[in-house]
Design a protein around this ligand. Structure first.
Ligand code: ADP
Ligand code: MG
Length: 252
């Protein structure tokens, strides 16, 4: 949850993205404080996934800046490899589809990037992986292959894998929408624990309960813009904007 400090960890200024003549991000300005949990909701096609993908440069934005702590990337300038890997190391991401390697054990899935990206030894990475598998309740699956795990378990493994790189920020893009509701709950429980531990999180979600009860702040997007943003209970219970009211009526 939100600490007393007001430290901004992520700052986006005028972040924009176009596909041809289609404006997908229309100059997004956003600040997220250290330890804040921000939920992003909004209609399909409003630019939520593109925003997350631009933050860690899976999609290069075509204007604006991204600052994480003291590091700033200006989308108008060419971005070098060291900057990109610096950014990606600080920002973990969890997708709707878990994308585990099917031919590797669960443990190996969590360990591999630690060895390749952080240069940890196999033993060190294995130990850290076991800690994280325990944290997400899956230590007993370490030696299994992902195919032997449920969708909810696979998503929890994907969360452990992202956490294994010790990110400062975690981005989640609809992490439960490919799951049956009861399997979604076990993933949401892990995300709630992570939020309570103080992780800075940006979560695109359809889970209105998560937005209202776990996140500190809710932001509504439409047509590549932020149409409303505020403390989660205010936005969810007393939205100011007519478009927010309509969206919340449609999804409740
Ligand atoms: P959301 O996640 O809110 O549903 P997206 O960020 O996925 O929205 O998409 C926003 C808009 O950008 C949509 O109109 C989508 O069709 C378009 N879009 C997304 N990715 C691409 C792409 N690679 N090429 C062209 N258009 C895209
Ligand atoms: Mg999306």
């Amino acid at each position: 949850m939100m600490p007393a400090s007001d430290n901004v960890l992520i700052r986006l200024t005028s972040l924009s993205k176009h596909y041809g003549s289609h404006t997908v991000l229309d100059g997004i300005d956003l600040e997220v404080r250290s330890g804040e949990v921000l939920a992003i909701i909004g209609p399909s096609g409003s630019g939520k996934s593109t925003l997350l993908r631009c933050i860690n440069y899976l999609e290069p934005p075509d204007g604006g800046t991204i600052s994480i702590g003291s590091m700033t990337i200006d989308a108008a300038r060419p971005v070098g490899r060291p900057e990109l890997s610096g950014l990606r190391r600080r920002v973990g991401m969890v997708f709707q589809s878990f994308n585990l390697f099917p031919h590797m054990s669960v443990l190996r899935n969590v360990s591999l990037a630690q060895e390749r990206t952080l240069g940890r030894s196999r033993a060190e990475a294995g130990e850290r992986s076991m800690q994280l598998l325990k944290r997400v309740g899956l230590a007993d699956k370490a030696g299994q292959f992902p195919v032997r795990c449920s969708g909810g378990q696979q998503q929890r493994i994907a969360i452990a894998r992202a956490l294994a790189l010790d990110p400062e920020i975690m981005l989640f893009d609809e992490p439960t929408s490919a799951l049956d509701p009861e399997l979604g709950l076990e993933v949401l429980a892990v995300m709630r624990e992570l939020a309570e531990s103080g992780m800075t999180m940006i979560v695109v979600t359809h889970e209105m309960g998560f937005a209202e009860n776990v996140s500190d702040t809710v932001m509504i997007m439409a047509d590549g813009n932020i149409i409303e943003k505020g403390p989660s209970k205010d936005v969810m219970r007393n939205p100011r904007e007519e478009r927010t009211k309509r969206f919340l009526r449609a999804v409740h």
